[in-house]
Design a protein around this ligand. Sequence first.
Ligand SMILES: CCCCCCCCCCCCCCC/C=C/C(=O)SCCNC(=O)CCNC(=O)[C@H](O)C(C)(C)COP(=O)(O)OP(=O)(O)OC[C@H]1O[C@@H](n2cnc3c(N)ncnc32)[C@H](O)[C@@H]1OP(=O)(O)O
Ligand code: FAD
Length: 678
Amino acid sequence: MESIDYLAEERKKAEFNVDEMKIVWAGSRRAFEVSDYISKLVADDPDLSFIFIECHRGIQGFSKEERTMLPRKELFKNTLRKSAYSWKHIIDHQLSEEEAERLRYFVDEPAFIDSHLGVFIPAIKGQGTKEQLKKWLPLAYKMQIIGCYAQTELGHGSNVQGLETTATFDPRTDEFVIHSPTLTSSKWWPGGLGKVSTHAIVYARLITDGKDHGINGFIVQLRSLEDHKPLPGITVGDIGTKFGNGAYNTMDNGVLRFDHVRIPRDQMLMRVAQVTKDGKYVQSDVPRQLLYESMVYTRQALVTYASGALSRAVCIATRYSAVRRQFGSQNGGQEIQVIDYKTQQSRLFPLLASAYAFRFVGEWLKWFYTDVTQRLQANDFSTLPELHATTAGIKSLTTTATADGIEECRKLCGGHGYLCSSGLPELYAVYVPACTFEGDNVVLLLQVARFLMKTVSQLSSGKKPTGTIAYMGKIEHLMQCRSDVEQAKDWLKPSAILEAFEARATRMSVACAQSLSKFDNPEEGFQELAPDLVEAALAHCQLIVVSKFIEKLQQDIPGEGIKQQLEVLCCIYALFLLHKHHGDFLVTGYITSKQGLFANEQLRALYTQVRPNAVSLADAFNHTDHFLGSILGRYDGNVYPKLYEAAWKDPLNESDVPDGFDEYIRPLLKQQLQTARL
Ligand SMILES: CCCCCCCCCCCCCCC/C=C/C(=O)SCCNC(=O)CCNC(=O)[C@H](O)C(C)(C)COP(=O)(O)OP(=O)(O)OC[C@H]1O[C@@H](n2cnc3c(N)ncnc32)[C@H](O)[C@@H]1OP(=O)(O)O
Ligand SMILES: Cc1cc2nc3c(=O)[nH]c(=O)nc-3n(C[C@H](O)[C@H](O)[C@H](O)COP(=O)(O)OP(=O)(O)OC[C@H]3O[C@@H](n4cnc5c(N)ncnc54)[C@H](O)[C@@H]3O)c2cc1C
C-alpha cells in the first residue's frame, strides 16, 4: 500500500536544502554515506531489526516498538544473537572500523560489545606497553577474548582512589594475587561482566612488599575459554534488572569477587608504572593521570552520542507537534497544529538547536582528543589537564541536557508521549545513566571547577592561558566591560553573544576564587563553595559549546540556505541559555534587565524564523523509522491509525476477557449484583 506523507506540507516550507544539511549533520559526505547505508541495512534486515522469541506458537518476531513488552531473559538472548550476527556480517563483508561502529550504533541495543569496544580496548591501548598492545589487541579485535572495564565497586565509584580490591605482588611466583577483601570491594556495575566477558581490566590497589602504590589496571581472565564457567576463585553474576522496560536491560552489568586469584606479572598494565621481577615498583616518566585515559576517551565519545540521542527525541517531538492539533478550529476547519503555539516552540526549538550545538562541539572534541593523544605519544603532556577538564565538562553538560531534553520531548508529545510506542520512555531509560556512568555529572563539573580555580590562581603569575581558557587572558577587559546591546537584533551579532558568555564565565570563576581565598583551608572552602563552583564550571562549559558553534559558522559551509539555518539555530541555543541563566548575566553585571528582555524578544523572533524549517531540520538527522522506533515520530506522520493498530498488539488484548477475571473480577461484580438486589 502506498504511504501518504502527512508532513508533506511541512516539508514544502523548508528554506534550505535538506540533503546538504544531512551532510553537515553527519560531518562529511563520506560519514553521511556510511551512516545512511548502514542504518538502512539494519532497518531492512530482520535479523538485525527484529527480536525473535520462541513461544508456544513457534518463533515469533517482535518489532523494536514492541520490545518493552518482552521478558529480560529473552531480550538478552536476542542481543547475544544480534551481536553474533553483526560480528559475522562485519567479518564477512570486511566492514571498516567506522562501518562496524555504525552497525553497532544502529542496532541500538546496549550490549557487551559496547564495553568491549568502548572501554576495554581503549583501556589496553591507553595503559598498555608496546608488548602488551601486541599481545592483547589482536585477541580483542578478533573477539577471541571479550572484555569489560571493572573499575567501580559496591562501595566506591566516583572516588577511584578509594577502591579496595588488592593486587599483591608475590615475587616467589612472579604473580599478582587479586583479592576482594570486603563486601564493598566487590566489583559492581561493569557492563558485559555479568554473563559475557571472558576478561576484565580490573582496577586494584597495587601492593608490593607491604607498600600500597595506589590504583593500577590489571588484565584478568574471568571465565574459561572452553565452557565459559568462572575460573577458580572468581564469583561473577548479573546485578539485576535496571530502570525501565527493555532499555538498558539488554546489558549484563555485573558483580565480581576475587578470592586470591593469581595472574602473571605481565598482566599488570605497565605504561604508567612497572613492577620488576624482584618486586620493585618503578614509576614511568608519563603522568599517573594516564591511568584515567580511557575515561577521557569514552567521555569524549559520549558527547557525540548525546547529540544522537537528543536528535532522536527532537525528531519525534517535532514531527508529532506538526501532526497534532488542538483548539482554535473555526467554521469546522482544522484545529491549530501544536507546533504553532509559542510555548511549544519555546520548549522544542532550543532542544532542536541543542542537538546541532552538541553535534558540532562533539566533532570539535573528537579533533581535540586526537590532537592531545598525538602529543601524548610524543611525550608532550602539557594539554592533558585541559583535555581532562573539557571532556569531563562537556560530557556532563551534554548528557544532562540530553536526558532532560528527552523527558521534555516526552511531555511535548502530551499523553501519547507516555506510551512506550512513542519510543520516548525507553529512549529516556536507556539514556539517563549517561549522567552517571563515566563519571557522575556533578563530580565531573567539580573537576572542571578545580581546573578553573587553578587557571585563575595562575593568571597573576603571568602564565598565559591557551585553548578553551584563552579568554581568561582578557580578564581585565572581561571583568569590567558591559554589553552594548541597544535593541533586540543586536543580540544576533556573534561578538555580542561571545563577549556575554566570556564575561559571565570569567566573573563567576573569579568570584569563586575570591570566596575561596577567604578560607584558611582551601579544601574546606572548596567543599563549602561546591554549588557555586559547579555553576561557574557550567558557565565555562556553555561558553565552549557556544563558541564552537560560532566557530563552525565561520567555516565555509556550502548548500542552499544551510548557513542561514545554522545561524538561526546558533542564536537560539545561545539566547535560550542567556534567558535561562538570566540571573547569572545580571548578577555579574554584564547586562541590564532591559538587555535581558531584548534577548528574550529576539529569541521569540527566532522561533518564528525556524518554525517553517523545523520538520526539515529534524529530517536532516536522517533517522530511519526503525532507528527512531516511534509511532509518533514516523516519517510519514501517519500517527493515529498506527497507534490504534499497535494498541491491539498488546499482550493484554490477546483476549477480550482478561486472565484473572474468574478469580478477581467476577466475585466483585456478583457481590455488587447481590447488593443491588438488596
Ligand atoms: C568499532 C569501533 C567501535 C567503537 C565503539 C565506541 C563505543 C563507545 C560507546 C560508549 C559506551 C559507554 C559505555 C559506558 C560504560 C560505563 C563505564 C564506566 O562508567 S567506567 C567507570 C567510570 N568511573 C568514573 O568515571 C569515576 C569518576 N571519578 C574519577 O574520574 C576520579 O576519581 C576523579 C577525577 C573524580 C578524582 O580523581 P582523583 O585522582 O581521586 O583526584 P584528584 O581530583 O585529586 O585528581 C588528581 C589529578 O588528576 C587529574 N585527573 C583526574 N582525572 C583525570 C583524567 N581522566 N585525565 C587526566 N587528568 C585527570 C586531576 O585534574 C588532578 O590534577 P591536578 O593537576 O593534580 O589538579
Ligand atoms: C548503566 C551503568 C553502567 C556502568 N558501567 C560501568 C562499567 O562498565 N565499568 C565500571 O567500572 N563502572 C560502571 N558504572 C559505574 C559508574 O561509573 C558509577 O556509578 C559512576 O562513576 C558514579 O559513581 P557512584 O555510583 O559511586 O556514585 P556516587 O559517587 O556514590 O554518587 C552518589 C551521589 O553523591 C554525589 N557525590 C559523590 N562524590 C561527590 C563529591 N566529591 N562532591 C559532591 N557530590 C558528590 C554524586 O553527585 C551523586 O549525587 C556504570 C554505571 C551505570 C549506571
